[in-house]
Design a protein around this ligand. Structure first.
Ligand SMILES: [Fe+2]
Length: 274
């Protein structure tokens, strides 16, 4: 006779079976796995009711902190290493192709388009400008002309434009295209180490656990071309003291380059779209 006490295993089986009528195989697979891991998490930690409620409150606060200009859930995913893991699981870049890293919460579509060599810093900026240049190539080594480079980075004050109420419009972001020789070039202010937003629930998590909220200086790139796999990545400044301690675990050796007072150079290699 079956025990009248429902075991946690039987309870899990019941929840998993509740998805049996689903007609979406992939959604069902994801939900079943998620439920299985969530149940294991509760069992393994012996989660108390108060702790469960604290978790609900934390996620609620994360949702409330999210606005049109602030994505606290991406920040949470980033700081738990999930965003980088998704990149790793989905990365099929061949040897030599540019490594991807986290997308981050500060990308905006429809940034202003600039001509080769122009600056993404606003006119009249008082900070010194540097030149970022390089080429976009195929994994066969051929230059890729007319490749699209979307660039975004932190301002000299350590904030992205979307975080800074004093900024009208956009700043330190732009779209470029490579020339016939596959090369690109633009001017900007030097990227600086910056703190991820710490005034929300993610910041509270970092404080409670004694973690760093700093990210090493970098410039974000999304490089695309029809027929090739888009790469979303950063180029990091090798002089940053935060390289070993990135709050979102995004540093990869192949993305760290020398930034001088003049600028930096980085070549992107795109994989053919298979
Ligand atoms: Fe960033």
């Amino acid at each position: 006779m079956m025990s009248p006490i429902i075991s946690s295993d039987r309870h899990l089986a019941e929840v998993l079976a509740s998805f049996d009528q689903s007609t979406n195989a992939r959604t069902t697979e994801i939900l079943r796995s998620l439920v299985t891991h969530l149940h294991s998490f509760v069992t393994e930690t012996g989660l108390t009711r108060e702790e469960w409620m604290a978790g609900i409150d934390f996620l609620t606060a994360t949702g409330r902190a999210t606005t049109e200009h602030r994505q606290e859930f991406i920040l949470l995913s980033d700081t738990l290493g999930v965003s980088m893991l998704v990149e790793m699981v989905n990365q099929h870049a061949s040897d030599g192709a540019t490594e991807p890293t986290v997308f981050g919460p500060f990308y905006l579509p429809n940034a202003p388009r600039f001509a080769m060599g122009q600056s993404i810093a606003p006119e009249g900026t008082t900070s010194e400008e540097i030149v970022i240049s390089g080429a976009v190539r195929t994994s066969n080594g051929e230059p890729l002309s007319n490749a699209l480079l979307e660039v975004w980075q932190v301002m000299p004050n350590g904030l992205y434009d979307v975080q800074d109420q004093s900024i009208e419009g956009v700043s330190h972001r732009g779209i470029f295209r490579t020339g016939d020789d596959g090369r690109y070039e633009f001017r900007t202010t030097a990227p600086v180490d910056y703190q991820i937003p710490t005034d929300g629930p993610v910041g509270e998590m970092l404080r409670v656990t004694g973690r760093s909220s700093w990210r090493p200086a970098h410039i974000h790139f999304m490089v695309s071309h029809p027929g090739f796999r888009t790469v979303i990545t950063h180029v990091f400044d090798e002089n940053s003291p935060c390289l070993e301690n990135d709050a979102v675990f995004g540093v990869r050796d192949s993305l760290v380059v020398e930034f001088t007072t003049v600028g930096a150079s980085f070549d992107f290699v795109l994989d053919f779209d298979s």
